[in-house]
Write a protein that binds this ligand. Sequence first.
Ligand SMILES: Cc1cc2nc3c(=O)[nH]c(=O)nc-3n(C[C@H](O)[C@H](O)[C@H](O)COP(=O)(O)OP(=O)(O)OC[C@H]3O[C@@H](n4cnc5c(N)ncnc54)[C@H](O)[C@@H]3O)c2cc1C
Length: 409
Amino acid sequence: MSAFRAKSRHLHALASDFLPTNLPEWTESQKSVREAISKICLDYPDEYWAEHDTEHKFPWELYKQLAENGWLGICLPEEYGGSNLGISEAAIMLQTLSESGGCMNAASSVHMNIFGLEPVVKFGSDEQKKRFLPPLIQGKDRACFGVTEPNTGLDTLRLQSSARREGDNYILTGSKIWTSTGQVANKILILVRTTPLADVKKLTQGLSLFYTDLDRSVVKVTEIPKLGRCAVDSNVVFFEDWKVPAEDLIGQEGDGFKMIMHGMNAERVLVGAEALGIGYAALRRASVYAKERVVFGRPIGQNQGIQHPLAECWMNLEGARLMIYLAGRLYDEGYADGEYANAGKFMAAEAAFKAAERAVMTHGGMGYAKEYHVERYLREATLSRIAPISEELIKCYIGQRVLGLPKSY
Ligand SMILES: Cc1cc2nc3c(=O)[nH]c(=O)nc-3n(C[C@H](O)[C@H](O)[C@H](O)COP(=O)(O)OP(=O)(O)OC[C@H]3O[C@@H](n4cnc5c(N)ncnc54)[C@H](O)[C@@H]3O)c2cc1C
Protein backbone atom coordinates (compact mmCIF):
# COMPACT_ATOMS: atom_id res chain seq x y z
CA MET A 1 0.00 0.00 0.00
CA SER A 2 2.76 2.44 0.97
CA ALA A 3 4.18 2.26 -2.57
CA PHE A 4 1.14 4.23 -3.72
CA ARG A 5 1.46 7.11 -1.30
CA ALA A 6 2.36 10.57 -2.50
CA LYS A 7 5.83 11.88 -1.81
CA SER A 8 5.33 15.34 -3.23
CA ARG A 9 2.36 17.58 -3.93
CA HIS A 10 3.29 19.78 -6.86
CA LEU A 11 -0.05 18.99 -8.45
CA HIS A 12 -3.36 18.49 -6.71
CA ALA A 13 -2.61 14.79 -6.94
CA LEU A 14 -0.48 12.41 -8.91
CA ALA A 15 -2.28 9.53 -10.57
CA SER A 16 -0.07 7.24 -8.48
CA ASP A 17 -1.28 8.73 -5.16
CA PHE A 18 -3.35 6.49 -2.93
CA LEU A 19 -6.67 8.25 -2.26
CA PRO A 20 -5.54 11.89 -2.44
CA THR A 21 -7.70 14.20 -0.33
CA ASN A 22 -7.13 17.58 -1.93
CA LEU A 23 -8.71 17.40 -5.36
CA PRO A 24 -10.25 20.55 -6.78
CA GLU A 25 -14.03 20.90 -6.53
CA TRP A 26 -14.32 19.26 -3.12
CA THR A 27 -16.16 21.04 -0.36
CA GLU A 28 -14.94 20.84 3.24
CA SER A 29 -17.55 18.20 4.08
CA GLN A 30 -16.60 16.12 1.04
CA LYS A 31 -12.94 16.32 2.12
CA SER A 32 -13.76 15.16 5.61
CA VAL A 33 -15.76 12.20 4.23
CA ARG A 34 -12.82 11.36 1.98
CA GLU A 35 -10.32 11.48 4.84
CA ALA A 36 -12.42 9.37 7.19
CA ILE A 37 -13.31 6.70 4.61
CA SER A 38 -9.70 6.58 3.36
CA LYS A 39 -8.56 5.69 6.88
CA ILE A 40 -11.06 2.84 7.06
CA CYS A 41 -9.96 1.61 3.63
CA LEU A 42 -6.39 1.14 4.85
CA ASP A 43 -7.64 -1.96 6.69
CA TYR A 44 -8.89 -3.47 3.40
CA PRO A 45 -6.05 -3.76 0.88
CA ASP A 46 -6.32 -5.21 -2.62
CA GLU A 47 -5.44 -8.65 -1.24
CA TYR A 48 -8.58 -8.59 0.96
CA TRP A 49 -10.73 -7.83 -2.09
CA ALA A 50 -9.02 -10.40 -4.30
CA GLU A 51 -9.66 -13.08 -1.68
CA HIS A 52 -13.30 -12.10 -1.14
CA ASP A 53 -13.89 -11.92 -4.89
CA THR A 54 -12.30 -15.32 -5.54
CA GLU A 55 -14.06 -17.03 -2.65
CA HIS A 56 -17.39 -15.21 -3.13
CA LYS A 57 -17.32 -13.98 0.47
CA PHE A 58 -19.39 -10.96 1.47
CA PRO A 59 -17.14 -8.27 3.04
CA TRP A 60 -18.74 -8.40 6.48
CA GLU A 61 -15.75 -6.78 8.20
CA LEU A 62 -16.04 -3.60 6.12
CA TYR A 63 -19.83 -3.60 6.32
CA LYS A 64 -19.76 -3.81 10.12
CA GLN A 65 -17.02 -1.22 10.49
CA LEU A 66 -18.95 1.26 8.32
CA ALA A 67 -22.15 0.54 10.30
CA GLU A 68 -20.42 0.95 13.68
CA ASN A 69 -19.01 4.29 12.59
CA GLY A 70 -22.39 5.56 11.43
CA TRP A 71 -21.56 5.64 7.72
CA LEU A 72 -24.56 3.63 6.54
CA GLY A 73 -26.79 6.56 7.45
CA ILE A 74 -24.71 9.18 5.62
CA CYS A 75 -27.68 10.64 3.76
CA LEU A 76 -30.56 9.48 5.94
CA PRO A 77 -32.37 11.81 8.37
CA GLU A 78 -30.72 12.61 11.70
CA GLU A 79 -33.85 11.83 13.71
CA TYR A 80 -33.47 8.13 12.77
CA GLY A 81 -29.73 8.02 13.42
CA GLY A 82 -28.43 9.26 10.06
CA SER A 83 -26.09 12.18 9.25
CA ASN A 84 -28.39 13.95 6.78
CA LEU A 85 -25.57 14.73 4.34
CA GLY A 86 -26.19 14.92 0.60
CA ILE A 87 -25.61 12.77 -2.44
CA SER A 88 -22.49 14.87 -3.02
CA GLU A 89 -20.97 13.42 0.16
CA ALA A 90 -22.32 9.89 -0.38
CA ALA A 91 -20.72 9.94 -3.85
CA ILE A 92 -17.32 10.68 -2.28
CA MET A 93 -17.83 7.87 0.22
CA LEU A 94 -18.62 5.30 -2.48
CA GLN A 95 -15.96 6.58 -4.87
CA THR A 96 -13.39 6.23 -2.10
CA LEU A 97 -14.43 2.69 -1.15
CA SER A 98 -14.19 1.72 -4.79
CA GLU A 99 -10.97 3.65 -5.44
CA SER A 100 -9.22 1.92 -2.56
CA GLY A 101 -9.18 -1.20 -4.75
CA GLY A 102 -12.46 -2.54 -3.34
CA CYS A 103 -14.24 -1.55 -6.58
CA MET A 104 -17.89 -2.59 -6.84
CA ASN A 105 -17.37 -5.35 -4.27
CA ALA A 106 -16.83 -2.68 -1.64
CA ALA A 107 -19.37 -0.15 -2.90
CA SER A 108 -22.19 -2.61 -3.60
CA SER A 109 -21.91 -4.15 -0.13
CA VAL A 110 -23.32 -0.90 1.31
CA HIS A 111 -24.86 0.81 -1.73
CA MET A 112 -28.41 -0.19 -0.87
CA ASN A 113 -28.11 0.97 2.75
CA ILE A 114 -26.73 4.32 1.62
CA PHE A 115 -29.48 5.37 -0.69
CA GLY A 116 -31.84 2.51 -1.50
CA LEU A 117 -34.45 3.51 1.04
CA GLU A 118 -34.90 7.01 -0.33
CA PRO A 119 -38.52 6.15 -1.35
CA VAL A 120 -39.23 5.23 2.30
CA VAL A 121 -37.66 8.50 3.48
CA LYS A 122 -39.66 10.57 0.98
CA PHE A 123 -42.96 8.71 0.86
CA GLY A 124 -43.13 6.40 3.91
CA SER A 125 -45.28 7.17 6.95
CA ASP A 126 -43.68 8.26 10.24
CA GLU A 127 -44.44 4.83 11.67
CA GLN A 128 -42.65 3.15 8.73
CA LYS A 129 -39.62 5.40 9.01
CA LYS A 130 -39.33 4.63 12.72
CA ARG A 131 -39.66 0.93 12.01
CA PHE A 132 -37.39 0.70 8.96
CA LEU A 133 -34.64 3.32 9.06
CA PRO A 134 -32.83 2.85 12.41
CA PRO A 135 -32.08 -0.89 11.89
CA LEU A 136 -30.86 -0.15 8.37
CA ILE A 137 -28.56 2.62 9.56
CA GLN A 138 -27.25 0.42 12.38
CA GLY A 139 -26.46 -2.32 9.86
CA LYS A 140 -28.87 -4.76 11.54
CA ASP A 141 -31.14 -4.82 8.49
CA ARG A 142 -29.76 -5.44 5.05
CA ALA A 143 -31.96 -4.50 2.13
CA CYS A 144 -32.01 -5.66 -1.47
CA PHE A 145 -33.80 -4.10 -4.40
CA GLY A 146 -36.16 -6.01 -6.68
CA VAL A 147 -37.14 -4.14 -9.83
CA THR A 148 -35.60 -5.90 -12.85
CA GLU A 149 -37.51 -8.92 -14.14
CA PRO A 150 -36.41 -11.79 -16.37
CA ASN A 151 -39.05 -11.25 -19.07
CA THR A 152 -39.20 -7.47 -19.28
CA GLY A 153 -35.67 -6.15 -18.57
CA LEU A 154 -35.34 -2.41 -19.01
CA ASP A 155 -39.02 -2.14 -19.91
CA THR A 156 -39.86 -1.68 -16.22
CA LEU A 157 -43.39 -0.42 -16.82
CA ARG A 158 -44.38 -3.80 -18.25
CA LEU A 159 -43.04 -5.82 -15.33
CA GLN A 160 -45.18 -8.87 -14.64
CA SER A 161 -44.94 -9.54 -10.89
CA SER A 162 -48.27 -8.80 -9.30
CA ALA A 163 -49.94 -8.25 -5.95
CA ARG A 164 -53.58 -8.42 -4.94
CA ARG A 165 -55.07 -7.15 -1.71
CA GLU A 166 -56.58 -9.73 0.69
CA GLY A 167 -57.69 -8.21 4.01
CA ASP A 168 -54.64 -6.85 5.83
CA ASN A 169 -52.21 -8.40 3.37
CA TYR A 170 -51.13 -8.28 -0.23
CA ILE A 171 -50.44 -11.56 -2.02
CA LEU A 172 -47.40 -11.31 -4.28
CA THR A 173 -46.58 -13.64 -7.17
CA GLY A 174 -43.82 -13.32 -9.75
CA SER A 175 -40.07 -13.17 -10.22
CA LYS A 176 -37.15 -10.76 -10.19
CA ILE A 177 -33.68 -11.06 -11.61
CA TRP A 178 -30.26 -9.72 -10.67
CA THR A 179 -31.46 -8.83 -7.17
CA SER A 180 -28.13 -7.97 -5.56
CA THR A 181 -27.29 -9.03 -1.98
CA GLY A 182 -30.33 -11.35 -1.96
CA GLN A 183 -28.21 -14.00 -0.22
CA VAL A 184 -27.40 -11.78 2.75
CA ALA A 185 -30.39 -9.42 2.89
CA ASN A 186 -33.29 -9.81 5.31
CA LYS A 187 -35.38 -7.06 3.67
CA ILE A 188 -36.43 -6.26 0.13
CA LEU A 189 -37.73 -3.13 -1.56
CA ILE A 190 -39.87 -4.57 -4.31
CA LEU A 191 -41.92 -3.14 -7.17
CA VAL A 192 -44.95 -5.09 -8.39
CA ARG A 193 -48.11 -4.40 -10.36
CA THR A 194 -51.27 -3.97 -8.28
CA THR A 195 -53.55 -2.87 -11.13
CA PRO A 196 -53.36 -4.86 -14.38
CA LEU A 197 -51.96 -3.02 -17.40
CA ALA A 198 -55.32 -3.36 -19.17
CA ASP A 199 -57.00 -1.33 -16.42
CA VAL A 200 -54.67 1.71 -16.27
CA LYS A 201 -54.76 4.82 -18.43
CA LYS A 202 -50.99 5.27 -18.33
CA LEU A 203 -48.29 2.59 -18.11
CA THR A 204 -46.77 4.46 -15.17
CA GLN A 205 -49.87 3.83 -13.08
CA GLY A 206 -50.75 0.72 -11.09
CA LEU A 207 -47.29 -0.25 -9.83
CA SER A 208 -46.78 -0.44 -6.06
CA LEU A 209 -43.75 -0.47 -3.82
CA PHE A 210 -43.27 -2.62 -0.71
CA TYR A 211 -40.46 -2.70 1.81
CA THR A 212 -40.82 -5.96 3.64
CA ASP A 213 -39.17 -9.02 5.16
CA LEU A 214 -37.54 -11.31 2.64
CA ASP A 215 -39.43 -14.37 3.79
CA ARG A 216 -37.31 -17.27 2.62
CA SER A 217 -40.04 -19.80 3.44
CA VAL A 218 -41.91 -18.58 0.30
CA VAL A 219 -39.28 -16.63 -1.63
CA LYS A 220 -36.70 -18.69 -3.50
CA VAL A 221 -33.41 -16.83 -3.97
CA THR A 222 -30.88 -18.42 -6.34
CA GLU A 223 -27.46 -16.93 -6.98
CA ILE A 224 -26.39 -16.16 -10.56
CA PRO A 225 -22.79 -17.09 -11.43
CA LYS A 226 -21.31 -13.93 -12.99
CA LEU A 227 -18.27 -12.14 -14.44
CA GLY A 228 -17.23 -9.87 -11.60
CA ARG A 229 -18.18 -8.28 -8.26
CA CYS A 230 -18.20 -11.81 -6.96
CA ALA A 231 -18.04 -10.92 -3.25
CA VAL A 232 -21.54 -9.47 -3.61
CA ASP A 233 -24.16 -11.87 -4.91
CA SER A 234 -26.90 -11.25 -7.47
CA ASN A 235 -29.91 -13.53 -7.75
CA VAL A 236 -33.01 -14.79 -9.41
CA VAL A 237 -35.93 -14.42 -7.01
CA PHE A 238 -39.16 -16.44 -7.34
CA PHE A 239 -42.28 -16.00 -5.20
CA GLU A 240 -45.79 -17.39 -5.32
CA ASP A 241 -48.64 -16.49 -2.97
CA TRP A 242 -46.25 -14.54 -0.76
CA LYS A 243 -48.25 -12.83 2.00
CA VAL A 244 -46.94 -9.30 2.62
CA PRO A 245 -48.54 -7.12 5.33
CA ALA A 246 -50.36 -4.08 3.94
CA GLU A 247 -48.51 -1.97 6.51
CA ASP A 248 -45.36 -2.59 4.40
CA LEU A 249 -46.82 -0.80 1.36
CA ILE A 250 -44.87 2.43 0.82
CA GLY A 251 -46.95 5.49 -0.08
CA GLN A 252 -50.15 5.09 -2.05
CA GLU A 253 -51.05 1.91 -3.90
CA GLY A 254 -50.38 2.47 -7.62
CA ASP A 255 -47.75 5.20 -7.10
CA GLY A 256 -44.74 2.88 -6.97
CA PHE A 257 -43.13 3.92 -10.25
CA LYS A 258 -43.17 7.60 -9.31
CA MET A 259 -41.46 6.73 -6.02
CA ILE A 260 -38.79 4.58 -7.67
CA MET A 261 -38.10 7.31 -10.23
CA HIS A 262 -37.47 9.76 -7.44
CA GLY A 263 -34.25 8.03 -6.46
CA MET A 264 -33.03 7.18 -9.95
CA ASN A 265 -30.92 10.28 -10.59
CA ALA A 266 -29.20 9.96 -7.24
CA GLU A 267 -28.44 6.33 -7.94
CA ARG A 268 -26.88 7.23 -11.29
CA VAL A 269 -24.61 9.71 -9.49
CA LEU A 270 -23.57 7.09 -6.93
CA VAL A 271 -22.92 4.37 -9.49
CA GLY A 272 -20.96 6.86 -11.59
CA ALA A 273 -18.85 7.74 -8.54
CA GLU A 274 -18.25 4.04 -7.86
CA ALA A 275 -17.11 3.58 -11.47
CA LEU A 276 -14.77 6.56 -11.18
CA GLY A 277 -13.17 4.88 -8.17
CA ILE A 278 -12.31 1.81 -10.26
CA GLY A 279 -10.89 4.01 -12.99
CA TYR A 280 -8.57 5.87 -10.61
CA ALA A 281 -7.50 2.63 -8.95
CA ALA A 282 -6.63 1.19 -12.36
CA LEU A 283 -4.74 4.31 -13.38
CA ARG A 284 -2.83 4.26 -10.08
CA ARG A 285 -1.63 0.71 -10.66
CA ALA A 286 -0.90 1.38 -14.34
CA SER A 287 1.19 4.49 -13.70
CA VAL A 288 3.17 2.84 -10.89
CA TYR A 289 3.86 -0.22 -13.05
CA ALA A 290 4.74 1.85 -16.14
CA LYS A 291 7.36 3.70 -14.12
CA GLU A 292 8.88 0.60 -12.54
CA ARG A 293 8.80 -2.01 -15.30
CA VAL A 294 11.96 -1.84 -17.42
CA VAL A 295 12.03 -3.47 -20.88
CA PHE A 296 14.50 -2.69 -23.68
CA GLY A 297 16.58 -0.86 -21.10
CA ARG A 298 13.99 1.78 -20.14
CA PRO A 299 10.77 2.08 -18.17
CA ILE A 300 7.84 1.10 -20.37
CA GLY A 301 6.15 4.38 -19.37
CA GLN A 302 8.82 6.25 -21.35
CA ASN A 303 7.20 4.90 -24.50
CA GLN A 304 4.47 7.19 -25.74
CA GLY A 305 2.48 4.13 -26.77
CA ILE A 306 2.11 3.36 -23.07
CA GLN A 307 2.16 6.92 -21.69
CA HIS A 308 -0.34 8.66 -23.96
CA PRO A 309 -3.29 6.28 -23.51
CA LEU A 310 -2.84 6.60 -19.74
CA ALA A 311 -2.78 10.40 -20.03
CA GLU A 312 -6.02 10.17 -22.00
CA CYS A 313 -7.54 7.97 -19.29
CA TRP A 314 -6.76 10.59 -16.66
CA MET A 315 -8.37 13.34 -18.74
CA ASN A 316 -11.48 11.24 -19.36
CA LEU A 317 -11.81 10.34 -15.69
CA GLU A 318 -11.41 13.94 -14.60
CA GLY A 319 -14.02 15.11 -17.11
CA ALA A 320 -16.43 12.46 -15.86
CA ARG A 321 -15.65 13.33 -12.24
CA LEU A 322 -16.63 16.96 -12.76
CA MET A 323 -19.86 15.90 -14.45
CA ILE A 324 -20.71 13.46 -11.64
CA TYR A 325 -20.01 16.08 -8.96
CA LEU A 326 -22.11 18.63 -10.85
CA ALA A 327 -24.99 16.13 -11.05
CA GLY A 328 -24.67 15.39 -7.32
CA ARG A 329 -24.69 19.09 -6.43
CA LEU A 330 -27.72 19.73 -8.65
CA TYR A 331 -29.58 16.82 -7.05
CA ASP A 332 -28.80 18.14 -3.56
CA GLU A 333 -30.10 21.56 -4.62
CA GLY A 334 -33.40 19.99 -5.64
CA TYR A 335 -32.92 19.74 -9.41
CA ALA A 336 -35.11 16.87 -10.59
CA ASP A 337 -34.18 16.27 -14.24
CA GLY A 338 -31.68 13.62 -15.17
CA GLU A 339 -29.48 14.81 -18.04
CA TYR A 340 -26.36 15.40 -15.94
CA ALA A 341 -26.84 12.34 -13.72
CA ASN A 342 -27.27 10.13 -16.79
CA ALA A 343 -24.47 11.75 -18.77
CA GLY A 344 -22.15 11.63 -15.75
CA LYS A 345 -22.85 7.94 -15.15
CA PHE A 346 -22.29 7.22 -18.85
CA MET A 347 -19.00 9.11 -18.98
CA ALA A 348 -17.73 7.67 -15.69
CA ALA A 349 -18.53 4.09 -16.71
CA GLU A 350 -16.81 4.51 -20.09
CA ALA A 351 -13.78 6.25 -18.58
CA ALA A 352 -13.43 3.61 -15.87
CA PHE A 353 -13.71 0.73 -18.32
CA LYS A 354 -11.12 2.29 -20.61
CA ALA A 355 -8.76 2.96 -17.70
CA ALA A 356 -9.11 -0.62 -16.46
CA GLU A 357 -8.51 -1.97 -19.95
CA ARG A 358 -5.42 0.22 -20.38
CA ALA A 359 -4.17 -0.88 -16.96
CA VAL A 360 -4.35 -4.51 -18.11
CA MET A 361 -2.54 -3.70 -21.37
CA THR A 362 0.10 -1.65 -19.54
CA HIS A 363 0.90 -4.65 -17.37
CA GLY A 364 1.31 -6.90 -20.42
CA GLY A 365 1.13 -10.55 -19.40
CA MET A 366 1.00 -9.57 -15.75
CA GLY A 367 -2.19 -7.68 -16.50
CA TYR A 368 -3.80 -11.04 -17.03
CA ALA A 369 -2.50 -12.36 -13.72
CA LYS A 370 -4.58 -11.99 -10.57
CA GLU A 371 -1.51 -10.81 -8.64
CA TYR A 372 -1.70 -7.26 -10.02
CA HIS A 373 -5.46 -6.89 -9.48
CA VAL A 374 -6.10 -5.02 -12.73
CA GLU A 375 -7.91 -8.00 -14.28
CA ARG A 376 -10.36 -7.76 -11.35
CA TYR A 377 -10.74 -4.03 -11.92
CA LEU A 378 -11.57 -4.68 -15.58
CA ARG A 379 -14.22 -7.26 -14.69
CA GLU A 380 -15.72 -4.90 -12.14
CA ALA A 381 -15.61 -1.90 -14.50
CA THR A 382 -17.92 -3.69 -16.93
CA LEU A 383 -20.87 -3.59 -14.57
CA SER A 384 -21.53 0.14 -14.42
CA ARG A 385 -21.83 0.23 -18.23
CA ILE A 386 -24.83 -2.12 -17.93
CA ALA A 387 -26.54 -1.33 -14.62
CA PRO A 388 -28.61 0.26 -13.26
CA ILE A 389 -29.26 1.55 -16.77
CA SER A 390 -27.51 0.61 -19.98
CA GLU A 391 -25.53 2.98 -22.18
CA GLU A 392 -28.07 2.62 -24.98
CA LEU A 393 -30.96 3.72 -22.79
CA ILE A 394 -28.96 6.72 -21.54
CA LYS A 395 -28.43 7.80 -25.14
CA CYS A 396 -32.17 7.30 -25.77
CA TYR A 397 -32.86 9.61 -22.81
CA ILE A 398 -30.43 12.31 -23.96
CA GLY A 399 -31.69 12.01 -27.54
CA GLN A 400 -35.27 12.50 -26.50
CA ARG A 401 -35.02 14.86 -23.55
CA VAL A 402 -32.04 17.05 -24.47
CA LEU A 403 -31.99 16.89 -28.26
CA GLY A 404 -35.78 16.95 -28.55
CA LEU A 405 -35.83 13.96 -30.91
CA PRO A 406 -38.65 11.40 -31.07
CA LYS A 407 -38.75 8.80 -28.31
CA SER A 408 -36.92 5.75 -29.63
CA TYR A 409 -37.73 2.99 -27.15
C1 LIG B 1 -24.38 -7.53 -11.43
C2 LIG B 1 -25.72 -6.91 -11.60
C3 LIG B 1 -26.40 -6.45 -10.48
C4 LIG B 1 -27.69 -5.94 -10.60
N1 LIG B 1 -28.38 -5.61 -9.47
C5 LIG B 1 -29.70 -5.31 -9.57
C6 LIG B 1 -30.51 -5.16 -8.40
O1 LIG B 1 -30.01 -5.25 -7.27
N2 LIG B 1 -31.83 -4.92 -8.54
C7 LIG B 1 -32.42 -4.81 -9.77
O2 LIG B 1 -33.62 -4.59 -9.83
N3 LIG B 1 -31.69 -4.94 -10.91
C8 LIG B 1 -30.35 -5.18 -10.82
N4 LIG B 1 -29.60 -5.36 -11.97
C9 LIG B 1 -30.27 -5.29 -13.26
C10 LIG B 1 -29.80 -4.16 -14.16
O3 LIG B 1 -30.32 -2.95 -13.72
C11 LIG B 1 -30.21 -4.56 -15.58
O4 LIG B 1 -29.40 -5.64 -15.98
C12 LIG B 1 -30.06 -3.42 -16.54
O5 LIG B 1 -30.98 -2.44 -16.24
C13 LIG B 1 -30.26 -3.92 -17.97
O6 LIG B 1 -31.46 -4.62 -18.07
P1 LIG B 1 -31.50 -6.07 -18.76
O7 LIG B 1 -30.34 -6.83 -18.26
O8 LIG B 1 -32.81 -6.68 -18.55
O9 LIG B 1 -31.28 -5.76 -20.29
P2 LIG B 1 -32.36 -5.83 -21.44
O10 LIG B 1 -33.51 -4.94 -21.14
O11 LIG B 1 -32.63 -7.25 -21.77
O12 LIG B 1 -31.53 -5.18 -22.64
C14 LIG B 1 -30.49 -5.90 -23.31
C15 LIG B 1 -29.70 -4.95 -24.17
O13 LIG B 1 -30.53 -4.39 -25.17
C16 LIG B 1 -30.46 -2.96 -25.11
N5 LIG B 1 -31.79 -2.41 -25.44
C17 LIG B 1 -32.99 -2.83 -25.01
N6 LIG B 1 -33.96 -2.07 -25.53
C18 LIG B 1 -33.35 -1.13 -26.29
C19 LIG B 1 -33.82 -0.01 -27.07
N7 LIG B 1 -35.11 0.28 -27.21
N8 LIG B 1 -32.89 0.74 -27.70
C20 LIG B 1 -31.57 0.46 -27.60
N9 LIG B 1 -31.10 -0.57 -26.89
C21 LIG B 1 -31.98 -1.34 -26.24
C22 LIG B 1 -30.05 -2.64 -23.70
O14 LIG B 1 -29.43 -1.36 -23.63
C23 LIG B 1 -29.11 -3.78 -23.40
O15 LIG B 1 -27.83 -3.48 -23.91
C24 LIG B 1 -28.29 -5.81 -11.88
C25 LIG B 1 -27.58 -6.22 -13.02
C26 LIG B 1 -26.32 -6.77 -12.89
C27 LIG B 1 -25.61 -7.25 -14.12
